[in-house]
Design a protein around this ligand. Structure first.
Ligand SMILES: Nc1ncnc2c1ncn2[C@@H]1O[C@H](COP(=O)(O)OP(=O)(O)O)[C@@H](O)[C@H]1O
Ligand SMILES: [Mg+2]
Length: 445
């Protein structure tokens, strides 16, 4: 008996990869293809890369008939490994009634037993990944979201594929064309004889609901980075403005505190540079059936340069934040502080306990994922900013990608005038979902 609790997995609702006329789609061709040593599926989100590569992996595992082998199953983190590979793998296993083959140690999550073989599980963001991979000899490897994985442990894992007919499959969403994966692998003609590359577009998945495809087409204008990445599956560099879809026609509103504009929740968020800028935002949230709308109501902005180099103490900033909260006669639902603002946190905890009792929340940024959610919400007109918030508006209109990082294949914002733009993230990222059927795409997933 397998120790995997298959009760908790939904049986995968498998359908073949044919279009409505019965013609084979890209995943069908991939599944029928002869594997080379290197097999990379890159392109559009939700285009069936991960499921198809899992099916291929399953076929390879079923074909092992001789002595026991190691294989590697890898993803960015243990969490994504579980969500993107292990859980879908178990629901596919359930669908094909292969339960008896697998055993999984849920507590340690180090490996899955597959007959007499061992599937070694690697979360590549973990410091121990390199060491764990180093000692292995492996026959197969499947990696999800290769674009997020650091180069060194990946190279090490690749060298472990030393058995006869060893090969790997990897999937990834489009990223910057200077990324090492494109430069050193996908576009490396020396690897041609060893490598199959499959470039997916959104239409390559025949199982996506047409409303979903239509909603993406309606949201992202042709020519935008998002259109090229999400729909055409092309690698595109981040260049120029980050929020290039933010504009004064659609994303600003006039707010008068005497108005009868009432919100379902109110947030304060802050960012803080003792030697530069200290700032805070007051944001209101309205619940809507198709996703929450955020209204940035007011800002507090203090630039040390405009005050002869005099910075604010924690006490002074706490007082200013209390004044901002007092401009509305409502309870603040949550107050978000950056993860590295320990002394401010302690100060607010003691001096402003009466306002923020049990409502302080530390926010740890995930820069690229946060940016793609916020940009997505600008596309959907779910973020509106009071015309009076001039510093925030200036920040949004000038927030740029760092061109030097882009050249190196990395994606990073320039750290210029970004304090209010950063403060905007926490209340939104923590509360944007609203309804289950509302989904923001992120380039990571
Ligand atoms: N063979 C299949 N049968 C049924 N649904 C599928 C199949 N392959 C993919 N899908 C559906 O398409 C969705 C997206 O596929 P996925 O492989 O996760 O895309 P990607 O990895 O390209 O983002 C899956 O969650 C699943 O609902
Ligand atoms: Mg995927």
């Amino acid at each position: 008996m397998s120790n995997v609790d298959f009760e908790q997995y939904e049986e995968f609702d498998y359908s073949p990869y044919n279009d409505s006329d019965g013609a084979p789609c890209l995943s069908d061709k991939f599944l029928r293809s002869r594997d080379k040593r290197i097999n990379i599926l890159h392109g559009s989100v939700r285009s069936s890369k991960s499921i198809a590569s899992l099916l291929k992996f399953l076929g390879a595992m079923m074909s092992i008939s001789d002595e026991q082998h190691n294989v590697i199953l890898g993803a960015y983190s243990h969490k994504t490994l579980r969500n993107n590979l292990i859980d879908p793998l178990f629901s596919i296993v359930k669908r094909f009634r292969l339960d008896e083959l697998v055993d999984f140690d849920y507590e340690r999550e180090t490996h899955i037993k597959w007959n007499r073989n061992k599937i070694v599980l690697i979360g590549f963001n973990n410091d121990s990944a390199l060491g764990r991979v180093q000692g292995l000899t492996a026959k197969y490897m499947l990696i999800d979201e290769l674009g997020l994985i650091p180069e060194e442990p990946f190279n090490m894992a690749y060298t472990r594929l030393s058995e006869r007919d060893a090969c790997f499959w990897a999937t990834m969403n489009p990223t910057n064309p200077n990324h090492w994966i494109y430069r050193k692998w996908i576009h490396n003609t020396n690897l041609d004889s060893l490598m199959n590359v499959w470039n997916y577009q959104l239409w390559d998945n025949p199982h996506l609901p047409s409303e979903y495809v239509d909603s993406l087409l309606a949201t992202y204008p042709k020519g935008s980075v998002e259109y090229k990445r999400y729909i055409l599956g092309e690698p595109v560099a981040e260049e120029g403005l980050i929020y290039d879809n933010f504009n004064s026609d659609e994303h600003l509103f006039q707010y008068n505190n005497n108005d009868d504009m009432v919100f379902d929740e109110y947030y304060i968020s802050t960012d803080y540079g003792p030697g530069s800028v200290s700032c805070a935002l007051l944001t209101g949230l309205k619940r809507e059936h198709d996703g929450n709308i955020f209204y940035v109501l007011d800002e507090y902005y203090y630039d040390i340069k405009e005050h002869n180099g005099h910075g604010l103490s924690d006490e002074e900033l706490s007082d200013k934040i209390a004044e901002l909260a007092a401009t509305i006669d409502k309870k603040i639902t949550k107050f978000y502080l950056p993860h590295d603002a320990t002394s401010l946190y302690n100060n607010i905890k003691s001096s402003l306990k009466y306002i923020f009792y049990k409502r302080l929340k530390i926010y740890k940024p995930d820069t690229l994922a946060d940016i793609s959610v916020i940009k997505d919400l600008f596309y959907k007109n779910k973020i509106l900013i009071n015309t009076e918030c001039e510093n925030l508006i200036r920040g949004l209109e000038s927030y740029r990608w760092d061109p030097k990082a882009t050249m190196r294949g990395e994606s990073r914002p320039l750290k210029v005038d970004d304090h209010l733009v950063d403060s905007l993230r926490a209340p939104i990222i923590d509360n944007y979902r609203g309804r289950k059927n509302y989904e923001a795409l992120t380039w990571g997933g």
